[in-house]
Design a protein around this ligand. Structure first.
Ligand SMILES: [Fe+2]
Length: 319
Protein backbone atom coordinates (compact mmCIF):
# COMPACT_ATOMS: atom_id res chain seq x y z
CA UNK A 1 0.00 0.00 0.00
CA UNK A 2 1.28 3.43 -0.91
CA UNK A 3 1.87 5.64 2.14
CA UNK A 4 3.38 9.05 2.86
CA UNK A 5 5.04 7.43 5.87
CA UNK A 6 7.18 5.06 3.82
CA UNK A 7 10.90 5.69 4.19
CA UNK A 8 11.76 3.77 1.03
CA UNK A 9 14.54 5.51 -0.82
CA UNK A 10 12.71 6.19 -4.08
CA UNK A 11 11.74 9.49 -5.70
CA UNK A 12 8.06 8.47 -5.82
CA UNK A 13 7.93 7.72 -2.07
CA UNK A 14 9.71 10.92 -1.18
CA UNK A 15 7.37 12.93 -3.37
CA UNK A 16 4.36 11.30 -1.73
CA UNK A 17 5.69 12.25 1.70
CA UNK A 18 6.34 15.84 0.58
CA UNK A 19 2.83 16.16 -0.88
CA UNK A 20 1.27 14.93 2.38
CA UNK A 21 3.63 17.07 4.49
CA UNK A 22 3.02 20.28 2.53
CA UNK A 23 -0.76 19.82 2.59
CA UNK A 24 -0.70 19.11 6.34
CA UNK A 25 1.47 22.12 7.16
CA UNK A 26 -0.64 24.42 4.97
CA UNK A 27 -3.81 23.28 6.79
CA UNK A 28 -2.23 23.63 10.20
CA UNK A 29 -0.54 26.96 9.53
CA UNK A 30 -3.81 28.61 8.56
CA UNK A 31 -5.83 27.00 11.37
CA UNK A 32 -3.29 27.78 14.09
CA UNK A 33 -3.44 31.48 13.20
CA UNK A 34 -7.02 31.63 14.46
CA UNK A 35 -7.35 32.90 18.02
CA UNK A 36 -7.63 30.10 20.60
CA UNK A 37 -9.19 27.70 21.04
CA UNK A 38 -8.19 26.74 17.55
CA UNK A 39 -10.66 23.99 16.82
CA UNK A 40 -14.09 24.44 18.19
CA UNK A 41 -16.98 22.14 17.60
CA UNK A 42 -20.12 23.53 19.18
CA UNK A 43 -22.69 20.97 20.25
CA UNK A 44 -26.00 22.70 20.93
CA UNK A 45 -27.68 19.82 22.76
CA UNK A 46 -25.37 17.39 24.52
CA UNK A 47 -28.01 14.65 24.55
CA UNK A 48 -28.53 14.72 20.81
CA UNK A 49 -25.58 16.02 18.79
CA UNK A 50 -26.48 16.48 15.14
CA UNK A 51 -24.80 14.63 12.31
CA UNK A 52 -23.32 17.94 11.17
CA UNK A 53 -21.80 18.54 14.63
CA UNK A 54 -20.40 15.00 14.77
CA UNK A 55 -18.98 15.29 11.27
CA UNK A 56 -17.32 18.57 12.19
CA UNK A 57 -15.48 16.80 15.04
CA UNK A 58 -14.47 13.91 12.78
CA UNK A 59 -13.24 16.31 10.09
CA UNK A 60 -11.15 18.27 12.61
CA UNK A 61 -9.65 15.03 13.92
CA UNK A 62 -8.80 14.02 10.36
CA UNK A 63 -7.22 17.39 9.59
CA UNK A 64 -5.51 18.16 12.92
CA UNK A 65 -5.67 14.86 14.85
CA UNK A 66 -7.78 16.60 17.53
CA UNK A 67 -10.94 18.55 18.10
CA UNK A 68 -11.90 20.74 21.05
CA UNK A 69 -15.67 20.85 21.50
CA UNK A 70 -18.06 22.75 23.72
CA UNK A 71 -21.43 21.49 24.86
CA UNK A 72 -23.69 24.53 25.01
CA UNK A 73 -26.32 23.15 27.40
CA UNK A 74 -23.84 21.46 29.76
CA UNK A 75 -25.29 23.17 32.82
CA UNK A 76 -28.57 21.28 32.28
CA UNK A 77 -26.96 17.99 33.31
CA UNK A 78 -25.76 16.62 36.63
CA UNK A 79 -22.50 14.65 36.93
CA UNK A 80 -24.00 11.24 36.14
CA UNK A 81 -25.98 12.58 33.17
CA UNK A 82 -22.87 14.36 31.89
CA UNK A 83 -20.86 11.16 32.09
CA UNK A 84 -23.54 9.31 30.17
CA UNK A 85 -23.90 11.89 27.40
CA UNK A 86 -20.12 12.09 26.95
CA UNK A 87 -19.88 8.32 26.62
CA UNK A 88 -22.81 8.45 24.21
CA UNK A 89 -21.02 11.18 22.21
CA UNK A 90 -17.97 8.92 21.96
CA UNK A 91 -20.18 6.02 20.80
CA UNK A 92 -21.77 8.24 18.13
CA UNK A 93 -18.28 9.03 16.87
CA UNK A 94 -17.59 5.30 16.51
CA UNK A 95 -15.64 4.90 19.78
CA UNK A 96 -16.96 1.91 21.70
CA UNK A 97 -14.09 -0.22 22.97
CA UNK A 98 -12.92 1.40 26.20
CA UNK A 99 -9.60 0.54 27.73
CA UNK A 100 -9.95 -0.56 31.34
CA UNK A 101 -7.10 0.41 33.61
CA UNK A 102 -6.58 -0.25 37.29
CA UNK A 103 -8.38 2.98 38.15
CA UNK A 104 -11.42 2.62 35.87
CA UNK A 105 -14.30 0.28 35.24
CA UNK A 106 -14.39 -1.31 31.80
CA UNK A 107 -17.72 0.18 30.89
CA UNK A 108 -17.35 3.76 32.00
CA UNK A 109 -15.25 6.85 31.61
CA UNK A 110 -12.54 7.41 34.22
CA UNK A 111 -13.07 10.31 36.62
CA UNK A 112 -9.88 12.32 36.88
CA UNK A 113 -9.76 14.32 40.06
CA UNK A 114 -7.36 14.84 42.93
CA UNK A 115 -7.56 11.67 44.99
CA UNK A 116 -5.59 9.40 47.25
CA UNK A 117 -7.58 6.18 46.82
CA UNK A 118 -5.69 2.95 47.26
CA UNK A 119 -4.14 2.02 43.91
CA UNK A 120 -4.22 5.63 42.67
CA UNK A 121 -1.91 7.37 45.13
CA UNK A 122 1.21 6.98 43.02
CA UNK A 123 -0.32 8.25 39.81
CA UNK A 124 0.31 11.88 38.91
CA UNK A 125 -2.87 12.18 36.75
CA UNK A 126 -4.84 11.95 40.00
CA UNK A 127 -2.83 14.71 41.69
CA UNK A 128 -2.47 18.46 41.18
CA UNK A 129 1.14 18.03 39.95
CA UNK A 130 2.37 18.85 36.47
CA UNK A 131 1.90 16.01 34.00
CA UNK A 132 4.71 15.61 31.45
CA UNK A 133 4.37 15.07 27.69
CA UNK A 134 3.01 11.69 26.63
CA UNK A 135 0.49 9.87 24.54
CA UNK A 136 -2.04 7.72 26.39
CA UNK A 137 -1.46 4.03 27.00
CA UNK A 138 2.22 4.00 26.02
CA UNK A 139 2.59 1.08 28.44
CA UNK A 140 -0.27 -0.95 26.91
CA UNK A 141 0.09 -4.28 25.12
CA UNK A 142 -0.14 -4.01 21.30
CA UNK A 143 -3.65 -5.51 21.29
CA UNK A 144 -4.68 -2.73 23.69
CA UNK A 145 -3.27 0.14 21.66
CA UNK A 146 -5.04 3.42 22.43
CA UNK A 147 -6.01 4.87 19.08
CA UNK A 148 -8.42 7.53 20.32
CA UNK A 149 -8.87 9.56 23.48
CA UNK A 150 -11.55 11.77 24.95
CA UNK A 151 -11.10 14.21 27.81
CA UNK A 152 -14.13 16.14 29.08
CA UNK A 153 -14.05 18.85 31.72
CA UNK A 154 -16.93 18.80 34.21
CA UNK A 155 -15.28 21.29 36.54
CA UNK A 156 -12.14 23.38 36.02
CA UNK A 157 -9.45 24.06 38.63
CA UNK A 158 -9.36 27.28 40.65
CA UNK A 159 -6.08 28.11 38.91
CA UNK A 160 -3.80 26.37 36.40
CA UNK A 161 -4.44 22.97 34.86
CA UNK A 162 -3.65 24.21 31.36
CA UNK A 163 -3.46 21.45 28.77
CA UNK A 164 -0.94 21.50 25.94
CA UNK A 165 -1.34 19.43 22.83
CA UNK A 166 0.82 18.66 19.86
CA UNK A 167 -0.45 16.82 16.80
CA UNK A 168 1.79 13.73 16.62
CA UNK A 169 1.82 14.07 12.82
CA UNK A 170 3.52 17.46 13.26
CA UNK A 171 6.09 15.88 15.61
CA UNK A 172 6.71 13.27 12.90
CA UNK A 173 7.22 15.96 10.24
CA UNK A 174 9.63 17.98 12.40
CA UNK A 175 11.65 14.84 13.20
CA UNK A 176 11.71 13.59 9.62
CA UNK A 177 12.66 17.00 8.22
CA UNK A 178 15.52 17.17 10.71
CA UNK A 179 16.77 13.67 9.93
CA UNK A 180 14.84 10.74 8.40
CA UNK A 181 17.04 8.41 10.46
CA UNK A 182 15.22 9.70 13.54
CA UNK A 183 12.00 8.21 12.14
CA UNK A 184 13.76 4.95 11.22
CA UNK A 185 15.03 4.77 14.81
CA UNK A 186 11.63 5.51 16.35
CA UNK A 187 9.89 2.90 14.18
CA UNK A 188 12.12 0.09 15.51
CA UNK A 189 10.07 -2.59 17.26
CA UNK A 190 12.37 -2.55 20.29
CA UNK A 191 13.03 1.19 20.58
CA UNK A 192 11.00 1.89 23.73
CA UNK A 193 10.47 -0.34 26.77
CA UNK A 194 8.34 0.48 29.78
CA UNK A 195 9.37 -1.79 32.65
CA UNK A 196 6.77 -3.84 34.51
CA UNK A 197 4.53 -2.06 37.02
CA UNK A 198 4.88 -3.85 40.34
CA UNK A 199 2.62 -2.87 43.24
CA UNK A 200 3.13 -4.53 46.63
CA UNK A 201 5.25 -7.25 45.04
CA UNK A 202 2.59 -8.12 42.47
CA UNK A 203 3.08 -7.55 38.73
CA UNK A 204 0.02 -5.56 37.71
CA UNK A 205 1.38 -4.81 34.22
CA UNK A 206 4.20 -6.64 32.46
CA UNK A 207 7.09 -4.85 30.74
CA UNK A 208 6.06 -3.50 27.35
CA UNK A 209 8.38 -3.02 24.38
CA UNK A 210 7.38 -1.48 21.05
CA UNK A 211 7.90 1.29 18.48
CA UNK A 212 7.19 4.98 18.97
CA UNK A 213 5.72 5.44 15.49
CA UNK A 214 3.54 2.84 13.80
CA UNK A 215 0.60 2.85 11.38
CA UNK A 216 -2.99 2.01 12.27
CA UNK A 217 -5.37 -0.05 10.11
CA UNK A 218 -6.40 3.09 8.16
CA UNK A 219 -2.76 3.85 7.35
CA UNK A 220 -2.68 6.78 9.76
CA UNK A 221 0.17 7.48 12.11
CA UNK A 222 0.12 6.26 15.70
CA UNK A 223 2.55 7.48 18.36
CA UNK A 224 3.61 5.88 21.62
CA UNK A 225 5.67 8.22 23.79
CA UNK A 226 6.46 9.41 27.28
CA UNK A 227 8.87 12.16 28.33
CA UNK A 228 9.27 10.62 31.75
CA UNK A 229 12.83 10.03 32.88
CA UNK A 230 12.31 7.18 35.33
CA UNK A 231 10.96 3.73 34.51
CA UNK A 232 11.59 4.10 30.81
CA UNK A 233 14.23 2.38 28.67
CA UNK A 234 15.24 3.79 25.31
CA UNK A 235 17.25 1.69 22.90
CA UNK A 236 20.83 2.82 23.30
CA UNK A 237 21.75 3.65 19.68
CA UNK A 238 22.78 7.09 18.44
CA UNK A 239 19.82 7.87 16.15
CA UNK A 240 17.36 6.90 18.91
CA UNK A 241 19.05 8.99 21.58
CA UNK A 242 19.34 11.96 19.20
CA UNK A 243 15.69 11.63 18.20
CA UNK A 244 14.61 11.52 21.85
CA UNK A 245 16.74 14.62 22.58
CA UNK A 246 15.18 16.36 19.56
CA UNK A 247 11.68 15.68 20.91
CA UNK A 248 12.63 16.95 24.36
CA UNK A 249 14.01 20.13 22.80
CA UNK A 250 10.77 20.51 20.83
CA UNK A 251 8.77 20.58 24.06
CA UNK A 252 11.31 22.85 25.78
CA UNK A 253 10.84 25.37 22.96
CA UNK A 254 7.48 26.02 24.53
CA UNK A 255 9.13 28.09 27.26
CA UNK A 256 10.87 30.50 24.89
CA UNK A 257 7.54 31.72 23.44
CA UNK A 258 9.13 32.49 20.09
CA UNK A 259 6.60 32.54 17.28
CA UNK A 260 9.30 31.45 14.87
CA UNK A 261 10.17 28.35 16.88
CA UNK A 262 8.39 25.04 16.76
CA UNK A 263 6.43 26.15 19.84
CA UNK A 264 3.86 27.53 17.41
CA UNK A 265 2.72 23.94 16.97
CA UNK A 266 1.94 23.55 20.66
CA UNK A 267 -1.72 24.25 21.32
CA UNK A 268 -2.43 25.56 24.81
CA UNK A 269 -5.89 25.50 26.26
CA UNK A 270 -7.39 25.28 29.72
CA UNK A 271 -10.53 23.23 29.39
CA UNK A 272 -13.56 24.90 30.93
CA UNK A 273 -16.64 23.15 32.28
CA UNK A 274 -18.59 21.75 29.34
CA UNK A 275 -15.56 21.59 27.06
CA UNK A 276 -13.66 18.54 25.95
CA UNK A 277 -11.08 17.14 23.63
CA UNK A 278 -11.49 14.27 21.21
CA UNK A 279 -8.32 13.16 19.51
CA UNK A 280 -6.33 10.51 17.75
CA UNK A 281 -4.19 10.12 20.90
CA UNK A 282 -2.07 13.19 20.28
CA UNK A 283 0.90 14.27 22.41
CA UNK A 284 -0.28 16.15 25.48
CA UNK A 285 0.72 17.40 28.92
CA UNK A 286 -0.82 19.47 31.70
CA UNK A 287 0.46 22.18 34.02
CA UNK A 288 0.07 21.94 37.79
CA UNK A 289 -3.09 23.37 39.26
CA UNK A 290 -4.64 24.73 42.44
CA UNK A 291 -7.77 22.92 43.51
CA UNK A 292 -10.74 24.25 45.44
CA UNK A 293 -10.98 23.50 49.16
CA UNK A 294 -14.66 22.78 48.60
CA UNK A 295 -15.09 19.05 47.81
CA UNK A 296 -18.00 19.98 45.53
CA UNK A 297 -15.84 22.30 43.46
CA UNK A 298 -12.76 20.15 42.84
CA UNK A 299 -11.39 19.90 39.31
CA UNK A 300 -13.11 16.98 37.59
CA UNK A 301 -12.45 15.56 34.17
CA UNK A 302 -13.79 12.43 32.49
CA UNK A 303 -11.43 10.47 30.31
CA UNK A 304 -12.06 7.70 27.84
CA UNK A 305 -9.26 5.75 26.18
CA UNK A 306 -10.46 3.77 23.20
CA UNK A 307 -9.01 0.96 21.11
CA UNK A 308 -11.16 2.09 18.14
CA UNK A 309 -9.70 4.36 15.50
CA UNK A 310 -11.71 7.50 14.79
CA UNK A 311 -13.41 6.96 11.44
CA UNK A 312 -12.83 9.22 8.47
CA UNK A 313 -16.58 10.01 8.36
CA UNK A 314 -19.56 9.45 10.64
CA UNK A 315 -21.50 6.36 9.61
CA UNK A 316 -25.31 6.20 9.52
CA UNK A 317 -25.22 3.45 12.18
CA UNK A 318 -23.70 5.78 14.72
CA UNK A 319 -26.14 8.67 14.39
FE1 LIG B 1 -2.91 11.52 29.01
Amino acid sequence: MSSPFSLANSKAHQEEYLRWRDAKLARVDSAYKMSPPHFYGIIEEGKSPSKKELNSIIKQCDDYSLSVYQIKDHQSYDIDQTKRIILSLANKLGLNKLDGNICAGNDSLTSITQTSHAGQHEYIPYSTKRLSWHTDGYYNLPQNTINSMLLHCAQAAVEGGESKFMDHEIAYILLRDENPDYIRALMQADVLTIPANILDGKVIRPAQTGPVFSLNSQGQLHMRYSARKRNIEWKQDSPTLEAVAFLEKLFEDDSCQSSSSNSKYIIKHTLKAGEGLICRNVLHCRTAYVDSDNPEKKRLLFRGRFYDELPLAVTENNT
